[in-house]
Design a protein around this ligand. Sequence first.
Ligand code: ATP
Length: 233
Amino acid sequence: MLKIENLSAGYGDVVVLRRINLEVSEGQIVALIGANGAGKTTTLKTVSGLLRPSKGKIFFEGKPIHNWPSYRTVKAGLIHVPEGRNLFRQMTVQENLELGSFRRGRGARNTNLEKVFNTFPKLRERKDQTAGTLSGGERQMLAIGRALMSEPKLLMLDEPSLGLAPLIVRDIFHTIQNIREEGTTILIVEQNAVQTLKMADYGYVLENGEVVLSGSGEDLLENEEIRTAYLGL
Ligand code: ATP
């Protein structure tokens, strides 16, 4: 579904990603792990069209998308939930969700809203509250819910567990697995490597902008190098 070939990208003269190759097949959860500053967020930004690659190609469902602006990748069903969540704090939960269907999924807005409320009952309870009054976990649910409103084919999640308490992280990870079971493919960037690799079909390890290792979630969890360097085991 997604194929990244020899991708290099960065900010101005600063090269961050160096010749990355990565693939996501339909129905999979694929994890991108690595230390702070390894280039995980930069990878997602380049795929979603927020950054232009300096070299390499990106294909989504066989089409080259590396020159597409971000609104076009959204329209095609490639939906990015950024780190920091980017919610409209002064707007209500429901208004934030409705904005998710601005470019895609507009025709089924009410049905999708109902689905999101069923996935996240807390959001239904809080639908008329402003997003700024939500807890960290609820804000993450809202950010994922807003992405679901645009009927993603590929959902890209940037650090969904960041800053959340362990029990809330567990809920969020369960939800991510449910979203996949309902047919959405997922590319997830995480610091929380153990939990992420446990649910991932495949994982890539980024170090200084390069893919240094890849394999099934299980294989990476068993890899000695990974266990000491990234998993703290
Ligand atoms: P983190 O978990 O800390 O977000 P990451 O693996 O997602 O780490 P990136 O955010 O992709 O890493 O950052 C990779 C490198 O790019 C870092 O060295 C960072 O300082 C640099 N960088 C990120 N954003 C910018 C920017 N807007 N301008 C210049 N350099 C940037």
